[in-house]
Design a protein around this ligand. Structure first.
Ligand code: HEC
Length: 156
C-alpha cells in the first residue's frame, strides 16, 4: 500500500514538472492609453481603487500577475480568464466602444456584481482586497447611474 502511494505521488510530481513546459501563456502588459475608462471618465479615487483591485486584473490590458501565475495549471486558468474577461469588457478600450455598448456594459457591471458573478468567486477567494462590501456596491450603483445619465444626454 505504502509503495503504491509513493508511486502515485511520484507520478503527480513528475506530471506537474512536465506540464510546466507544455504551454507558457504570454503575459499581457500594455501601456495605459487615453482610451482607458478611468482616464476617459475621470473616475474618482475611491472608484478607481475599487475597479483596479477588483476588476482590472481580468478586464484591462494591465493585469497584475500573482506569483502563482507562473505555475501551470494556474497560469493557464489565469490567462483564460484574462482573455475571456477582456473579450467581454476591456476597460482599457472603453473610449472605443459605442455609446450603446458603454451603456449596456455599465448596466451589466451592476448586475454581475450584485448577483455575485463578478469578480469571479475563485478570484475573490485569493484576493481579499477585491471583496464586494455593501459600501462598494452602493458606490458602484451611484457611479453607474451618473455615467449612464451622461451617456443618455450625449445621445440626445
Ligand atoms: C478573475 C477574472 C475576473 C475578474 C477579477 C472580474 N471579471 Fe468580469 N468577467 C470575467 C470573465 C472570464 C468574463 C466572461 C465570461 C463570463 O461572463 O463569465 C467576465 C465578464 C464580465 C462582464 C460581461 C458580462 C456580459 O455578458 O457581457 C461584466 C459586465 C463583468 N465581467 C464585470 C466585472 C466587474 C465589474 C468586475 C469587478 C468588480 C469583474 N468583472 C471582475 C473575469 C473576471
Amino acid at each position: 500500500m505504502k509503495k503504491i502511494l509513493k508511486y502515485i505521488l511520484l507520478v503527480l510530481v513528475v506530471g506537474l514538472v512536465v506540464i510546466q513546459f507544455i504551454n507558457r501563456p504570454e503575459r499581457i502588459n500594455e501601456p495605459v492609453t487615453d482610451n482607458d475608462l478611468i482616464e476617459t471618465l475621470q473616475v474618482n479615487a475611491q472608484m478607481t481603487d475599487f475597479l483596479k483591485s477588483a476588476c482590472y486584473d481580468c478586464h484591462s490590458n494591465q493585469p497584475r500577475y500573482p506569483w502563482y501565475a507562473s505555475i501551470a495549471p494556474f497560469s493557464w486558468s489565469i490567462a483564460e480568464h484574462i482573455e475571456h474577461g477582456r473579450e467581454e469588457l476591456n476597460f482599457s478600450e472603453w473610449a472605443t466602444y459605442s455609446a450603446r455598448r458603454r451603456d449596456h456594459k455599465l448596466e451589466e457591471m451592476v448586475e454581475e456584481v450584485e448577483e455575485g458573478h463578478m469578480p469571479l468567486p475563485g478570484y475573490l477567494w485569493l484576493h481579499s482586497d477585491a471583496k464586494i462590501t455593501e459600501e462598494r456596491l452602493e458606490m458602484l450603483k451611484t457611479w453607474v447611474e451618473q455615467e449612464r445619465a451622461k451617456i443618455s444626454q450625449e445621445a440626445n
